[in-house]
Structures are given as C-alpha cells and as structure tokens.
Design a protein around this ligand. Sequence first.
Ligand code: P6P
Length: 315
Amino acid sequence: MPTTLNKIAKQGDNGATMMPIIQGVGRAAIEIAAVLRGAVFRGALGGAGSENVQGEQQQMLDVLSDEIFLDEMRSTGFVCAVGSEEQEELLVIEEYSHADYLVLVDPLDGSSNLDVDGPVGTIFSIVKRKTANSERPHVSDTLQSGQSVIAAGYVLYGPSLMMVCSVGAGVDGYTFNPASARFELSHADIRIPETGGYYSVNESNKDKWLDGMGDNLDRMKIETGLGMRYVGAMVADMHRTLLKGGVFLYPADEKNTTGKLRLLYEAIPMGFVMEQAGGKAMSNGIAVMDIEPEALHQRVPVYLGSNTNVDSLLG
Ligand code: P6P
C-alpha cells in the first residue's frame, strides 16, 4: 500500500494540524500542473499586462496560479490569511479569519521559464498567527523568523510533479502518481550529500556582486572543483542541490542591493527544508532562519546547500 500525504499526520508535534493544509497545497499543485500542461492551447502563456509588487512583469499563469492556491487554502478551513508574491497586501480569508494559520507563498516561482517549457515551482511556508483569533489577521502575523515556521516546502513542476515538504521532523519527497491521482511517497527522509554536487548561480551577474562574493566564488570553485548547473527557477536549482549536494547562491548586487530573492516565501521555506535535510542556509553573515523579517516582500541574499560547500563559499 503506497504511503500518501497522510503520513504527515504522524510526523512530529505538528503533523496532524499541518496535514490538511499541506493536502490543500497538493490539490492546488495538481490543478496548477494541469493548467500548465494545457496553457499553450488556451493562449495562457505570456504576460498578463500587469506588474506585481516587485515591479516584475506578471505572467498570466502567475495570476491564475495565485488564484488557484488561494482557493485551495480557503477550502482547508484552517488558514486565515495568505501572503503571496503576487499580492501587495496580505490576503485575509474572510470566512476563516478566526483560523490559526497563515501561509506564505510564491505561487509560480521561475515563471519566466514557462514559455520555453522549463521547470517552475510553488514555494510555501506555514506559520501560526500572533494576533488573537478574535482579531483580524494582520501583516505583522507574517513577520516571523524562520525559527517560528511550523511547516514548509515546495512543488516542482518538472517531468514529474513533486512535492518536497517538512513539518520539522525531516524532509520527504512525494511524487504525483497519475494512476492513483494522488501524491505518493517517493523520496523518504531526504538528506543533502555532504560533498559533491554543483554550484548554482547566475554567474553573469558576478562583476556586480557586493560583499566580495565574486572572489569567494572563485576560491570555492578551486577548493571544491564543483561543476555548475543553473536553471533560473529557485525550486529546480534548490531541488537539485538538495538531492545531489553543492550550493545555490543569489548574492546581493549593484541592481538588487539587498538581494533578489524574497525572505518570507523563498529564502525561509527553502532554508527550513535545507536545514531539516542536514544542510545550511545563510544570508548576510547569519542563518536565514534567524533573520527577523521587517516587510512582507523583503529581499535577502541567499547561500544554501551542503555545509562544507556553504562554509567554503562564505569563508
Ligand atoms: P535570474 C525567478 O524569477 C527567481 O525569483 C528565482 O526562482 C530564481 O532563482 C531567480 O529569480 C532567477 O533570477 O536573475 O537569474 O533570472
């Protein structure tokens, strides 16, 4: 009998409360995957003609994925609000504004890969509200460090549909089985290899990096001899790093002086998974998970992967 997402209910102290929300993420993933597979026939590839709060051109599928994800979080009945890359303000789920949990999400990460049929992903993180259940959820409920994260993970829309997640008791990978139409455990207890793998970075920005990171990378390449792979979608680059080892990095540069990747719905969820798998996630000299967030769409530099490789990179 295959193991399904129901396994989560028996994991750690929070599995039972997290399972319905993560099952909701799974339902959203299945629907988003179906939309992606048929998008070309519906004229749904390409720009939505709008910008997100980041000033980035929204793809039509960014907007649709955000709507699908919000609907599935609403359907769980356990989520009071969602902080999304695609929405400037916190989205309160009115009929459940008394519920205990908030979800931070990048609904369709790496969407610039879509029109070349490249991999994309969904990244999520779950925290417990700080405001009383009788109050209206507030954006301050999202401003919690990674130490307060209860569960996090990502969905990878690739040759297969995978969800990798943790409720604080290790990391498991589930693959969608079309025969049974559900996610089934395929990668139990993922641990990042201590050595080997690849370094993964957009090296074309190297001359603009801040904090001497160009010299650090040159030194790490000599010390480790790692090859390079870069997909341009954090979920795909993170997933390869998690399974093969190595280091993924997005340093601050002259254009993105505080970094490009978002703390609450990219760096923290990936840092949670990476640390749960025995790896490391750093930013600006401290662990990603120790950064005290100041804003919903705050950006940070990110260095995550195998301990030895992250240590070699950061010196
Ligand atoms: P660049 C996608 O836009 C994203 O937010 C991450 O998924 C990815 O790691 C990064 O930006 C890619 O950025 O500048 O290399 O295209």
